[in-house]
Design a binder for this molecule. Structure first.
Ligand code: PMP
Length: 354
């Protein structure tokens, strides 16, 4: 090892899902929305002028922040926007988790949390989910440096009730509790309802899934004005122009088209419920997902083997080679036609191989 290498900040990075792009593939591995963004988004992008690209974007993302504030009926000082919720969550870890006590998040959850904690040298502990993959409220009623919980959880898809979340938030007034609601629009109850009661609550959401804009990288946090100020202080100490002019225009237009948003969500929810029935019929079991994916296991076919077989058939799903979940596949909800094809493949494959 060269002498200089010992002074380098070494991190084990997060591994994103594969992003292959072949014409006929069925891509159900990164929880993208199978439908295009609202036509209003395409229009807003077409209307971008060369001048708006020549200039720096608005560092405060004001139009987008105001649109979100109006939509969620909060003040614009309660909204922080960033480059996908990954950026917003990373800023939140940096700004809010500054204690010597460990922060808490579940053992099975979004696998970026431990990466940020390691990067920022934040101590952490991971209370295990119970046998049914539920977050146990009691594990979070203790002294700690902060809490981050995704709701619904990923990759299980399970929602925790607001009453249970409230117990955790109320029991931890000395630290910040972040609820990561990347998948909340697919039928869950948002913790935004609890905001008027709790100053220590930060709700984080994204345009990547429910608003079909993963490629634009737009995420946001909503919390009390003081928390948002601290988040902005962290951001302006790092990079003032995080969001591009295109992202700001696209995001603002997306929030403006609520009819399209609700229609798209309903289609995905309907497809999810139909897919659950089909998977049950084929012998799969899975937690009852409230998200845009299903985390499924089959009693007779190892998940790793099925993952490879699906890949051979150009159907991509996500497989995590990790303790407790290495016999599960996370299957994103695609269009009805894509899910029909998946089910046809599974029917045939399980019929032949078992
Ligand atoms: N939180 C959770 C639980 C997720 O699954 C994801 C998607 N990978 C994110 C946050 C980040 O999404 P994005 O940065 O695209 O908003």
């Amino acid at each position: 090892m060269p002498a200089w290498e010992k002074n380098i900040r070494k991190v084990i990075p997060y591994t994103p899902g594969e992003q292959p792009s072949r014409p006929n593939m069925i891509k159900l591995n990164t929880n993208e929305n199978p439908y295009p963004p609202s036509p209003a988004v395409t229009k807003a992008l077409q209307e971008l002028t060369p001048d708006s690209l020549r200039r720096y974007p608005d560092p405060g993302a004001e139009a987008l922040v105001q649109a979100l504030a109006d939509y969620y009926k909060v003040s614009s000082q309660q909204v922080f926007a960033g480059v996908g919720s990954d950026d917003v969550l990373a800023m939140s870890f940096l700004a809010f988790f500054n204690s010597k006590k460990p922060i808490l998040f579940p053992d099975i959850t979004y696998s970026f949390y431990d990466v940020w904690a390691d990067l920022f040298r934040i101590p952490y502990e991971c209370p295990p989910l119970d046998e049914e993959f539920q977050i146990r409220t009691g594990d979070y009623l203790r002294e700690c440096g902060g809490i981050v919980l995704p709701n619904p959880n990923a990759p299980t898809g399970l929602e925790k009730s607001l009453e249970e979340l409230e117990k955790i938030i109320a029991a931890n007034p000395e630290v910040i509790v972040i609820i990561d609601e990347a998948y909340i629009d697919f039928g869950g109850d948002s913790a935004l309802l609890l905001l008027p009661k709790y100053e220590n609550l930060l709700v984080v959401q994204t345009f990547s899934k429910s608003r079909s804009l993963a490629g634009m990288r737009i995420g946001y946090a909503i919390g009390n004005e003081k928390l948002i100020k601290y988040l902005n202080d962290a951001k302006y100490s790092f990079n003032s122009y995080t969001m591009s002019a295109a992202a700001l225009a696209a995001g603002t237009a997306a929030v403006g088209d609520d009819t399209y948003f609700k229609e798209t969500l309903q289609k995905i929810i309907n497809t999810r419920e139909r897919t659950k029935k089909e998977l049950h019929r084929l012998g799969f079991s899975f937690p009852d997902s409230k998200s845009n994916f299903i985390f499924a296991t089959h009693p007779k076919c190892p998940a790793g083997k099925l993952f490879e077989a699906l890949k051979q058939a150009d159907i991509y799903v996500r497989y995590f080679h990790k303790p407790r979940i290495d016999n599960y596949l996370r299957i994103s909800i695609g269009t009805d036609a894509q899910m029909d094809e998946l089910i046809r493949f599974l029917e045939h494959y399980l019929g032949e191989s078992l």
